[in-house]
Design a protein around this ligand. Structure first.
Ligand SMILES: Nc1ncnc2c1ncn2[C@@H]1O[C@H](COP(=O)(O)OP(=O)(O)OP(=O)(O)O)[C@@H](O)[C@H]1O
Length: 322
């Protein structure tokens, strides 16, 4: 089944998925004259780890907040676990774990005490199971040693881990993580990846937002790319990557000279970390090298590059900063 679709901003993606854990149609949110989210048709397939990828301000958090019924859409529809939101919130939310900004932990209580309070408020939590669920969740996020310290003294990363522990108190059908590695060190980032992999293996659908391409590439089965409030591409990660054009990485100190030479030949190129990124659309590697050498550019190395998420993202967002 192909669920990949490259779509123009504002145009719905035609995805025929058998079951969707979350779905939006024509979703829009404006704040005064600011359009935060525009015509978003998002499909989160059941069992997927879907990475919502977009630069700062592209509408990820607003979309997530509308999915969870925390923000009322200006227009459009939201379905969570098959129920319309926000009217279905009471039915769906007990099955959904969400890490969206600080969940209001009490500064003077310990991590464990805070989690106990959260656990006690969970409709699906059996009271005798609270203590063991809390301990297990704290262990899963690596907070066991700091569990009895006051929340107030936690680092940003520890606060983030406690938020994740709250998500893990119960088995969930859907877990939503908004920028979960914010404030985490590399070890913390690896642990988040491990937790996501565990959730996926257990059949939980995961929706994770990030502006970090490597994070999405490492953890996700599916991706939705947001740009200026709209979904510009979504589908299975592997298929989206294959849909990108093949490209060359050219290592050269003569970047401007090379870009001019390629522009003259109508070859699409842009500067990259150590030289040039050249798209092989309507041209070939030998033609690119010939153009550069004829222009007098010093070519140190030429490598073929499978399109990575970074290149796809650059294509979709017209090279704007992440
Ligand atoms: N409560 C609000 N009031 C006014 N404008 C808002 C509000 N929430 C979001 N916006 C605006 O909507 C746009 C999208 O913001 P949003 O936070 O959804 O993006 P994001 O992709 O999550 O960004 P980031 O990665 O920085 O969190 C931005 O221009 C933001 O300034």
């Amino acid at each position: 089944m192909t669920s990949t679709s490259l779509v123009e901003p504002g145009v719905g993606a035609a995805v025929a998925a058998p079951a969707l854990a979350a779905r939006t149609r024509g979703l829009r949110k404006t704040y005064g004259s600011t359009v935060a989210v525009d015509q978003v048709d998002l499909d989160v397939p059941d069992g997927a780890v879907l990475g919502m990828l977009g630069p700062n301000g592209s509408g990820k958090t607003t979309t997530i907040r509308m999915l969870l019924g925390l923000v009322q859409p200006t227009a459009g529809e939201v379905e969570l676990l098959g129920h319309p939101m926000p009217s279905g919130a009471q039915i769906t939310l007990p099955h959904v774990g969400a890490l969206v900004e600080g969940p209001g932990f009490h500064p003077f209580l310990s991590g464990r005490e805070n989690l106990r309070r959260v656990a006690a408020a969970e409709p699906l939590m059996a009271t005798p199971a609270i203590a063991s669920s809390v301990t297990e969740a704290l262990e899963r996020v690596g907070l066991a040693d700091a569990a009895d310290r006051r929340y107030r003294g936690y680092s940003l990363g520890m606060k983030q881990r406690l938020g994740l522990a709250a998500v893990l108190l119960l088995p969930r059908r859907l877990v939503v993580l908004d920028e979960p590695t914010n404030g985490l060190d590399p070890a913390g980032t690896r642990e988040i990846r491990r937790v996501i992999a565990e959730l996926h293996a257990a059949g939980t659908t995961v929706l994770v937002s990030s502006h970090l391409l490597a994070e999405i590439e490492a953890t996700c089965t599916h991706v939705a790319v947001l740009h200026k409030g709209s979904v510009v591409a979504q589908g299975e990660l592997d298929e989206l990557l294959e849909a990108g054009a093949p490209a060359l990485l050219v290592s050269t100190p003569d970047v401007e000279l090379s870009l001019d030479a390629l522009r003259d030949k109508r070859i699409a190129a842009r500067s990259s970390e150590d030289g040039l990124f050249v798209e092989l659309i309507g041209t070939t590697a030998p033609q690119v090298v010939k153009a550069l050498v004829e222009a007098g550019a010093s070519v140190h190395e030429v490598r073929r590059r499978r399109t990575g998420l970074e290149d796809l993202f650059a294509q979709l967002t017209e090279g704007e900063p992440r």
